[in-house]
Design a protein around this ligand. Structure first.
Ligand code: PLP
Length: 263
């Protein structure tokens, strides 16, 4: 009633990801989502990208020493309730983040960002092995889309449930296989933690403004976990949050534009 801000500390979420100069994906989307959830977002920038709604024009990794400095700065003062990981970019970044994750306890949501829609590599293909061997065992929720699922399992998907089992066998605690790239008037995602699993189905939203959907979904899962939801509840909350974003394009740029991210 005094109008003064609350003195209760907000839960802290970190995003370890790439910058999108166009403001639709990456760090920029993650921080907007965290803010919409009422979570304090901190960022560890792995790479800069020069991009707009038409595509990615340039990518430059952040130096290993600067990456380390960002992680150390946050670890010393802003302990995370959850960590979201997006674009990692290169081999060194992957190795350093893998080592760092051994030193923190928070749950990890990993969006295995491999390529942009426009075809630019956002992870050096040589780093995929490190991602699987050294980061997957620390992951609470992995969020591959269908092409990423095929790349990770090494073959075309025959059954989504079987693909989920194969990915779980790589050491992640749970996996959300996102069905947005499939045909059909419903978008069907499958979440599995092995013993427990569920299908998440919603009507397909026809829009060209899909840039950043993967980032928004994984940042929303992370935010919901930071607020105390269990993993299955968090993926459900995040899917409905992301669908609301898809219904609210920012209508900027000539290409695959960004979405408005509202509480
Ligand atoms: N740029 C950055 C920094 C990202 O993290 C991502 C996806 O995670 C993208 C671009 C790709 O976005 P899209 O494939 O939606 O264009």
């Amino acid at each position: 009633t005094s109008g003064l801000p609350t003195l209760t500390p907000s839960p802290i979420a970190w995003t370890i990801a790439g910058s999108d100069s166009g403001g639709g994906a990456g760090i920029q989307a993650d921080l907007k989502v965290m803010s919409a959830f009422g979570v304090h977002g901190c960022s560890v920038i792995t790479a800069l990208t020069a991009q707009n709604t038409l595509g990615v024009q340039a990518v430059e990794p952040v130096s290993t020493s600067m990456l380390r400095a960002q992680l150390d700065a946050l670890a010393a003062d802003l302990p995370p309730a959850v960590i979201k990981i997006g674009m990692l970019g290169g081999l060194e970044t992957c190795t350093l983040v893998a080592e760092f994750l051994q030193t923190v306890e928070a749950p990890v949501v990993l969006d295995p960002v491999l390529k942009s829609t426009s075809g630019t590599d956002l992870l050096n293909p040589a780093a995929i092995d490190i991602l699987i061997r050294e980061i997957f065992p620390r992951v609470t929720v992995l969020t591959p889309n269908l092409p990423e699922t095929e790349l990770l399992t090494g073959h075309a998907i025959e059954s989504v449930e079987e693909a989920a089992d194969e990915i779980l066998a790589m050491g992640v605690e749970s996996v959300l296989i996102k069905g947005g790239h499939a045909e059909g008037d419903e978008c069907c995602d499958f979440w599995s933690a092995g013993g427990t699993c569920c299908w998440l189905t919603s009507p397909r939203i026809e829009t060209r403004h899909t840039h950043g959907t993967g980032c928004i979904l994984s940042a929303a899962i992370a935010s919901a976990i930071a607020l105390g939801q269990d993993t299955m509840e968090a993926v459900q909350t995040a899917k409905s949050f992301m669908n609301d974003c898809l219904l609210n394009p920012a209508n900027v740029g000539a290409g695959h534009g960004a979405m408005m991210i509202k509480p």
